[in-house]
Design a protein around this ligand. Structure first.
Ligand code: F0G
Length: 460
């Protein structure tokens, strides 16, 4: 589509799912009933669902066809063999462990490697990754490059990990106390920002020097490859898949939530190079997920994943995917909505602290924006700030997260341009109320992953 500025969806719609349209009065009731936590809404109460890009992809006709011919045998199913072959080809790892989603692989690998006294280091641990590590008794330290924490700053690879800090931190903690170094591509919690090939290579060199395990958290590796091809010198003539393969080549293994770039509604895997580590994880896999040739998956899930992991590297799909996310981001920027710049692959991240400068951090400006988006337009988003990552000191004062973001995560192949135009209109209304100065308080919260189930109440 060279020479045209309209980004058409490179697919036609064959099957439709109705959206229930609601009024503001209805939404006020729904949100109150959900204790102002959008995770607790019914999906039928949502018009545009930007809660997550995870497990929300529309599958292709090919994937649905694959699900019909899938093999549901307990052991050695054809669908497993197909998925295993695709994942081996992509990751270059000889040992592939299927799991029902990303965090199941995290639980297996990080409970085995973790425990008290162990440290894990990442550009940014995703919330489930951090929770699995901390649940094992280990600590999780984030060391993104310093540019990553300034939302408005433009940088081509803001997802990069600070390699100098990594070297110093491993030396300080002692290599034997490092559970693993985890490079998250793209860096979801850090704004969906890409990681460069050079950074992935350098992280590998530091890990090798210290003899520390290096894992890619690769659930958006295809989107990351798009950025590498278009932003990094020397990468322009490689295919997206070759770029991904090269990146996997530096690491000792990977964990993937296939619910993102696997283009499936459920699925994940772990891939490993070391036979001993693979054997230990396989034991845990069988105990908690399922036999080695299905993990927590049915044959049809594995079939759909094998096809999805191939489709996702299609250049027309990837270009549409990244450019349509950028379209939303660029229009919001033009409207004066402060965003994490540049726009990442799977989502647009709003800097809620800058959007609502009058709301104190301990009244969660991100949560306030999430609530307003829902009330005004039925848009469901998620706070990635002090609700998700805040901690308390001994006196129960909030220790805020580094940034107060709200994520609009775009499901793959689901919404069309007119949905996005509607979202932009909703923002036009919100921009008029930026003087808002009251936020929310938490009235009930669990110990781990509190954003999922906490209850909130508006202040004042
Ligand atoms: N790692 C990253 C970078 C993720 O974004 C996620 C999930 C996981 C691991 C865990 O995978 O959900 O299959 O268990 N992210 C979703 C999100 C939930 O909304 O960003 P999972």
């Amino acid at each position: 589509m060279e020479g045209f500025k309209t980004i058409i969806e490179p697919f036609r719609i064959k099957m439709v799912e109705p959206i229930e349209l609601t009024t503001r009065v209805e939404r006020e009731l729904f949100l109150e009933k959900a204790h102002y936590n959008t995770f607790l809404l019914h999906s039928s109460e949502v018009i545009i669902d930007f809660l997550t890009d995870s497990g929300t992809s529309a599958m292709s006709a090919n994937q649905w066809a694959g699900m019909i011919v899938a093999d549901e045998s307990y052991a050695g199913a054809r669908s497993w063999e197909r998925m295993e072959a695709v994942v081996k080809h992509l990751t270059g790892c000889p040992f592939i462990l299927p799991t029902h989603q990303g965090r199941a692989a995290e639980r297996i690998l990080y409970s085995h490697l973790g425990g008290k006294g162990k440290t894990f280091i990442s550009n940014t641990h995703f919330d489930t990754t951090r929770a699995n590590i901390e649940f094992s008794g280990a600590e999780a330290i984030d060391i993104p490059i310093k540019e990553a924490t300034i939302p408005s700053l433009e940088h081509p690879f803001k997802g990069n990990l600070d390699v100098d800090k990594l070297d110093a931190l491993i030396a300080d903690k002692g290599a034997k106390n490092i559970g693993a170094v985890i490079l998250t591509v793209t860096n979801n919690s850090g704004g969906g920002q890409p990681v460069s090939m050079q950074n992935a290579r350098e992280v590998g060199e530091v890990c090798k020097k210290h003899g520390v395990l290096y894992i890619l958290d690769c659930c958006r590796i295809a989107e990351n490859s798009w950025f590498v091809k278009h932003r990094e010198a020397g990468m322009e003539n490689k295919t997206y898949e070759q770029i991904a393969q090269e990146m996997f080549g530096f690491a000792d293994g990977a964990i993937m939530s296939a619910k993102k770039d696997g283009l499936v509604n459920m699925g994940g895997f772990m891939s490993l190079k070391d036979p001993e580590l693979a054997a230990a994880c396989t034991n845990l896999l069988i105990i908690t997920e399922g036999f080695t040739t299905y993990g927590g998956l049915s044959g049809r899930d594995m079939e759909a994943m094998a096809i999805g992991l191939t489709e996702v590297f299609d250049p027309d799909y990837l270009t549409y995917r990244i450019r349509s996310t950028q379209y939303l981001g660029d229009k919001l920027t033009a409207m004066g909505v402060p965003l994490v710049r540049p726009i990442g692959g799977h989502a647009v991240y709003i800097d809620a602290k800058a959007f609502y400068p009058n709301i104190p951090i301990n009244q969660y400006p991100g949560q306030a924006l999430v609530a307003e988006l829902y009330l005004t337009g039925g848009i469901r988003a998620v706070e990635i700030g002090s609700v998700m990552f805040g901690k308390y000191d001994a006196l129960k004062n909030l220790i805020p997260a580094p940034m107060e973001l709200v994520r609009l995560a775009i499901p793959r192949r689901v919404y069309t341009q007119s949905h996005i135009e509607y979202v932009l209109e909703v923002f036009e209304k919100l921009v008029g109320y930026r003087t808002r100065n009251k936020g929310y308080k938490i009235t009930k919260e669990p110990e781990f992953l509190r954003h999922f189930t906490s209850h909130f109440a508006p202040i004042g």
